[in-house]
Design a protein around this ligand. Structure first.
Ligand SMILES: *[C@@H]1O[C@H](CO)[C@@H](O)[C@H](O)[C@H]1NC(C)=O
Ligand SMILES: *[C@@H]1O[C@H](CO)[C@@H](O)[C@H](O)[C@H]1NC(C)=O
Ligand SMILES: *[C@@H]1O[C@H](CO)[C@@H](O)[C@H](O)[C@H]1NC(C)=O
Ligand SMILES: *[C@@H]1O[C@H](CO)[C@@H](O)[C@H](O)[C@H]1NC(C)=O
Ligand SMILES: *[C@@H]1O[C@H](CO)[C@@H](O)[C@H](O)[C@H]1NC(C)=O
Ligand SMILES: *[C@@H]1O[C@H](CO)[C@@H](O)[C@H](O)[C@H]1NC(C)=O
Ligand SMILES: *[C@@H]1O[C@H](CO)[C@@H](O)[C@H](O)[C@H]1NC(C)=O
Length: 876
């Protein structure tokens, strides 16, 4: 014992020493929880934290790896970060020792062991973490109404849960109901479904207990449940019968659901297994619902099978009754009795009577099989305004008497039709009404279909009380129907619609809605002032489900007629419901295509002495007849003048194109020879007139801003350089002279530079002229530069003049020199120093600022010399 104890103590001591050593050496400790739970399809964070010796983590030594089984999910080191798309790690958090992995939307397959590996060079440590996924179940009891005195199977479906382990319990008033059957199913996403059902016996269902379906699952804190209090219902009984219509063209099917509770029931027809929607002609009385269906006995359109599907709360799956659709021939055979058939029938009949007598004595229930449908109204046929009402009796014995009674106010009409097997159909004619009754044999009994046809008297406009009575072996059954006739006025919900056709015609269309009866007169006419009927009108009548009609009327009108703004298209209609005819009109102004006019396109710079093109674009108009006028307003004035082609203006032919929507687009242009004098501050207006426009469309350029680019010519006057700056606008300009000094240019200031400004009166074009003289006296070889800056210039104009052997030369861009010409013009300015003042380079004081504003120097002579000078400029 002592030995063992000693050893243990030794081990412990070693362990402690080792741990101390390990800790101080490595300094890296990774911490993760042993397992982690995540909810299916949510984002989850797998925690992993680490500590290192020194207080702050140096990223240079750090690398993080996350693995799922053998798969590397994420790698991070000082060079790069690689991760699979669904996971991420916050790099900012790493500095704080947090290497937790975020998984974006967990799936069932993400369940498993993850490894968090941290390397803090030279140390490394990893920890495993188990991720478990949970998906929360959904639960629903399907049938909540039970059938009394029967065993009922109640189903509960539990869906989309994980893991598979689940406990389903059924409770009756909180007490266990015993075992339930379960069947599991796995979904594509790895979650499970289970259906659980329990049989509830009539004893268990007494006193309306509460039935609960309850599940316990590890994803749930509390059990999940769905419950209902037992209510009794009755399942419907379903019957399908068929009969031919009196005219023999159609087959009528009746489906009746009876004796059910609660009230909600859904009945649908299936033709060869496909649902028809919506079910037509439903009549409903409490707990008894019936629908009917008509099919044409046309070979192509008939289905092979017709089924009636009834869904009700008491049913787990719907009741479906199916009938094979009879062939035409079969029908005829069954309709037209041969002699043998008659005999056979007589025989059967005898048996039938015997059986009936027996039933009558024993069970009167037999006669309850005699069924009469509701009265149905057949939808109005397109070519006829008569109304047909149907009523069908099934399982009648022979000698059925059908009586129709129609009450209009005080007047009562009674129509009786006696049928028996020999007269298989009976037609009854009366002044206003027609009755047809047909017999169809099925087993020993007959199905009788009877139809009442009449033309509603629109003028009297009265309701009719209609009754149909079947007398079958002493028993009466009656159905009632109120036929309401109300005239309905055509309504026009939208104005006349205009659209453009490929041929260039305009298609006018109008829809008149919900009128009754069907007869309506719609006419189209057109003209200017006086209307002529159009023969291109087409009317189409559509029958609505509520017996009313809609009419769509269309008419084509040649598009060019609309060029006349006075041209009108008129639609006129009349109907029994209206005292007077009504009409509507359209003209070009109603065209749906609005003309769109863009802003006038003006060149970015309007340069004096050049041509400028103004453009005006109009689109979306129809018809293609458009008038564009250019109008001019002088600077500072109000009056407007229409521009006509001249030397100054060119008006090119408009460019017109037709778009795919048949509308037109055009561009009108005006080419102007721009001059400062006439165009600066003036404005152009583009005005568009079109038949569809009440007022012309206008766009304005706004006040134009014209500029003149200066040209510079250098000459000399008495061996002094001169710059002539011509045709610029606006007046603001900077002329600067400088001379070279040790490879740099130094600017001249003050008196050595003399600028003379004047309006270019001779050209009368509004531009300016400036003559700039530099007065220096020197004989040294020298280089001068004149620099002209103006708002129209991107870069200043520079001219370099060189003095060599006391001669002045102009230096071009290639350093070639040409002798500077002498100026042709003398500028005689009284107190000018030009040509007189003697200055030397040494006088130059570059930083002196004496009146160096170019504009401040005005022409001081009488102006005559100026005129001469400018004339000579123009001559050149
Ligand atoms: C670790 O970082 C994550 C973000 O990646 C954050 O949500 C989490 O709260 C952090 N954990 C700790 C313990 O700071
Ligand atoms: C549960 O019942 C529904 C409805 O009848 C069915 O569609 C589903 O396939 C059933 N599920 C299982 C797991 O049997
Ligand atoms: C007509 O009688 C037959 C048999 O006698 C029965 O199966 C059928 O349901 C009855 N039809 C109607 C509409 O009552
Ligand atoms: C009843 O019938 C008579 C004679 O056919 C007819 O003059 C009268 O207008 C009818 N009354 C009604 C309310 O239809
Ligand atoms: C001026 O230049 C010319 C030619 O380059 C040269 O012949 C002449 O000597 C120069 N004169 C002076 C004063 O430098
Ligand atoms: C002109 O001369 C100057 C200096 O003398 C030189 O820098 C420049 O390159 C020359 N230009 C051309 C086009 O020869
Ligand atoms: C510059 O002016 C001179 C003299 O006035 C004239 O001969 C010459 O043609 C002009 N050159 C230009 C480019 O205008």
């Amino acid at each position: 014992m002592g030995f063992i104890k000693q050893e243990t103590v030794m081990e412990r001591a070693g362990c402690v020493i080792f741990l101390l050593f390990y800790h101080t050496c490595s300094g890296l400790e990774v911490t993760v929880p042993s397992s982690h739970i995540a909810l299916f399809q949510t984002r989850t964070l797998l925690p992993c934290t680490f500590t290192v010796d020194n207080p702050s983590v140096n990223p240079q030594f750090l690398a993080i790896f996350w693995h799922f089984g053998n798969i590397e999910l994420l790698r991070y080191d000082n060079k790069e970060k690689v991760s699979s798309p669904r996971v991420s790690m916050d790099e900012q958090e790493l500095k704080r020792g947090n290497a937790s992995l975020s998984i974006h939307s967990v799936t069932i397959s993400d369940q498993g062991t993850y490894k968090c590996l941290v390397i803090y060079s030279p140390n490394r440590q990893h920890k495993d973490i188990q991720l478990n996924i949970q998906a929360v179940p959904a639960l629903k009891i399907h049938k909540k109404v039970l059938r009394k005195d029967e065993k009922n199977l109640v189903h509960c479906s539990i869906t989309d849960f994980f893991p598979k382990d689940i406990t389903v319990r059924w409770l009756r008033n909180g007490q266990d109901l015993g075992s339930a059957s379960e069947k599991f199913q796995m979904n594509a996403d790895g979650t499970y479904n289970v259906n659980s059902s329990v049989t509830i016996s009539p004893i268990e269902a007494t006193d309306n207990p509460v039935i609960t379906c309850q599940v316990e699952h590890e994803s749930l804190l509390d059990p999940l449940q769905d419950a209902f209090r037992v209510e009794y219902g009755a399942a419907p009984s379903v019957q399908v019968t068929s009969s031919k219509t009196p005219d023999g063209e159609e087959q009528i099917y009746m489906c009746e659901a009876r004796g059910y509770f609660p009230e909600t029931v859904e009945i649908n027809w299936l033709l060869d297994g496909k649902r028809t929607d919506p079910p037509r002609g439903s009549d409903k009385s409490l707990f008894n619902k019936e629908i009917y269906y008509r099919i044409l006995l046309d070979k192509d359109k008939r289905p092979k099978q017709i089924s009636c599907e009834v869904q009700h709360e008491t049913l787990y799956s719907p009741i479906t009754e199916t009938l094979e659709v009879q062939e035409n021939n079969d029908c005829k055979r069954s309709c037209h009795f041969g002699l043998t058939a008659v005999l056979l029938v007589l025989l059967i009949l005898a048996c039938g009577i015997l059986a009936a007598a027996w039933y009558f004595i024993t069970k009167k229930k037999y006669f309850q099989k005699f069924q009469v449908s509701q009265i149905h109204r057949e939808p109005i046929k397109s070519d006829d305004e008569k109304v047909t009402l149907y009523c069908v009796a099934s399982n009648c014995t022979m000698n059925v008497v059908v009586t129709w009674t129609v009450k209009v106010g005080e007047n009562v009409t009674i129509l009786e039709a006696q049928t028996n097997k020999d007269e298989e159909s009976a037609a009854l004619l009366c002044s206003d009404y027609t009755v047809r009754t047909d017999l169809e044999q099925s087993d020993n009994l007959y199905n009788v279909i009877t139809a009442l046809r009449f033309k509603p008297d629109i003028n009297k406009n009265k309701d009719r009380e209609v009754m149909c009575n079947f007398l079958c072996d002493g028993r009466n059954k009656e159905r009632r129907f109120t036929y309401k006739l109300t005239l309905k006025k055509p309504e026009m919900s939208a104005p006349i619609k205009l659209s453009l056709s490929d041929s260039g015609d305009v298609l006018c269309s109008v829809t008149l809605e919900t009128f009754y009866p069907r007869n309506i007169q719609i006419k189209w006419s057109c003209g200017v002032g006086h209307y002529k009927e159009l023969d291109t009108a087409k009317n189409n009548i559509i029958h609505n489900s509520d017996q009313t009609c809609n009419a769509v009327s269309e008419c084509r009108v040649p598009g060019h007629l609309f060029k006349d703004p006075g041209f009108r298209v008129r639609v006129t209609w009349s109907h029994q419901s209206m005292d007077e005819t009504e009409h509507r009109e359209v003209s070009a102004a109603d065209f749906p295509c609005p003309s769109v006019m863009d802003e006038i396109i003006i060149p970015p710079l309007l340069l004096h002495g050049t041509e400028a093109k103004l453009q005006c674009r109009i689109s979306g108009y129809f018809p293609g007849d458009l008038d564009v006028k250019w109008i001019r307003r002088e600077a500072g004035k109000q009056e407007l003048y229409e521009v006509s082609p001249s030397d100054k203006y060119k008006i090119p032919v408009m460019e017109v194109t037709q778009q795919s929507d048949k509308t037109y687009t055009c561009t009108a242009s005006l080419i102007v020879s721009v001059s400062v004098l006439t165009d600066h501050g003036a404005e152009f207006i583009c005005r568009v007139t079109h038949p569809t426009l009440v007022t012309p469309l206008k766009k304005r350029t706004g006040e134009l801003s014209v500029t003149g680019i200066p040209t510079v010519n250098v000459t000399h006057l008495n061996n002094h350089p001169r710059a002539e700056i011509l045709h610029f606008f606006p007046k603001d300009i900077t002329v600067m002279w400088s001379r070279s000094k040790s490879n740099k240019y130094e600017t001249y200031e003050g008196k050595k530079v003399e600028n003379e400004f004047q309006k270019n009166d001779d050209d009368d074009d509004g531009t300016y002229i400036c003559i700039s003289d530099l007065s220096v006296k020197t004989h040294k070889n020298k280089s001068y530069k004149v620099t002209v800056e103006h708002e129209t210039l991107k870069r200043p104009i520079e001219k370099i003049i060189v003095r060599e052997k006391d001669k002045l030369y102009l230096k071009d861009n290639e350093n070639r020199t040409t002798l500077l010409p002498e100026t042709l013009h003398q500028k005689e300015i009284s107190n000018s120093n030009v040509g007189k003042q003697v200055s030397t380079e040494d006088d130059l004081e570059p930083n002196r600022t004496v009146d160096d504003s170019p504009t401040s120097l005005d022409n001081k002579d009488g102006g005559n010399t100026w005129k001469k000078f400018k004339k000579s400029l123009k001559l050149k």
